[in-house]
Design a protein around this ligand. Structure first.
Ligand SMILES: Nc1ncnc2c1ncn2[C@@H]1O[C@H](COP(=O)(O)OP(=O)(O)OP(=O)(O)O)[C@@H](O)[C@H]1O
Length: 246
């Protein structure tokens, strides 16, 4: 079976005054369907650039990105973001303030027949535990509730892959820990393939099956979360006991 996400020898970067500056440099990784991966790394190591490229917002300078067995990015090919079947839950990808929670969740389903769209929105609101709050606007929701709505919106279109870039960074303390575990459980229940980027190793270990450490645009490791947590001396969630190959 082909991987849900396969990245081979990928190089990304930006053109500056002194020419091309690589940000991701010859990176390879694979994630099987239904698995959750996590990329850790210091600020500026290229994590967000990599997620943006997977979503189709950056072009590959070398190497390839495949999603669901299909070539999405290479120096010669570039499938646009709207045709990648990728869901996004990004730190700076906020809810539309003028739409209700339900309208936000249904935003990507505008072309669906109304009855199917309404049913899917209700299903997603129930999944994230906010079935009663669909009529509220974002400013009437807590930060954690807004993030749940963002998750419901990202999952509504049944994406082949969900990308999460520091999705809990606006929350702190207990709310953050609770939502980390709850969202991870929801993704596992839905067998949703997902890739998380975070600075927080403990959060990554609770959330994901596999963890990778990025350094200067390269993947320094890619191991089951339990092993990574042991190496980092942190406590993974009791539910995450991954098996299989990355
Ligand atoms: N549009 C751009 N033009 C030029 N350089 C950029 C651009 N966007 C990002 N960079 C640079 O690319 C490098 C990697 O940025 P990126 O946002 O991917 O890092 P990151 O690991 O996600 O960091 P953080 O954890 O702080 O979000 C940084 O040095 C950044 O300054």
């Amino acid at each position: 079976m082909s991987a849900a996400l396969h990245i081979a020898d990928l190089t990304l970067g930006y053109d500056g005054r002194e020419g091309f500056k690589p940000v991701v440099d010859g990176l390879s990784l694979s994630l099987e369907a239904g698995r959750i991966g996590c990329l850790l790394g210091p600020s500026g190591c290229g994590k967000s650039t990599l997620l943006r490229a997977i979503a189709g917002f950056e072009h590959a300078r070398r190497g390839e990105i495949h999603i669901g067995g299909e070539l999405m990015s290479s120096p010669k090919a570039h499938v646009p973001p709207e045709r990648r079947h990728v869901g996004l839950m990004f730190q700076d990808y906020a809810l539309f303030p003028h739409l209700t929670a339900a309208q936000n969740v249904g935003f990507g389903l505008r072309r669906w027949p109304a009855a199917e769209r309404d049913a899917r929105v209700a299903e997603m609101l129930a999944l994230v535990g906010l079935a009663d709050l669909g009529r509220r606007h974002p400013h009437e929701l807590s930060g954690g509730q807004q993030q749940r709505i963002a998750l419901a919106r990202a999952l509504a279109t049944k994406p082949a892959l969900l990308l999460l870039d520091e999705p809990f960074s606006s929350l702190d303390g207990d709310a953050r820990e609770r939502l980390t575990v709850e969202v991870s459980d929801m993704l596992r229940a839905a067998a949703q393939t997902a890739l998380l980027v975070t600075h927080n190793a403990a959060e990554g270990a609770r959330f994901a099956d596999f963890m990778g450490s990025m350094q200067a645009g390269r993947l320094a490791s890619w191991t089951p979360s339990a092993e990574a947590a042991q190496a980092l001396a942190i406590q993974p969630s009791s539910g995450s006991t991954p098996s299989g190959q990355p």
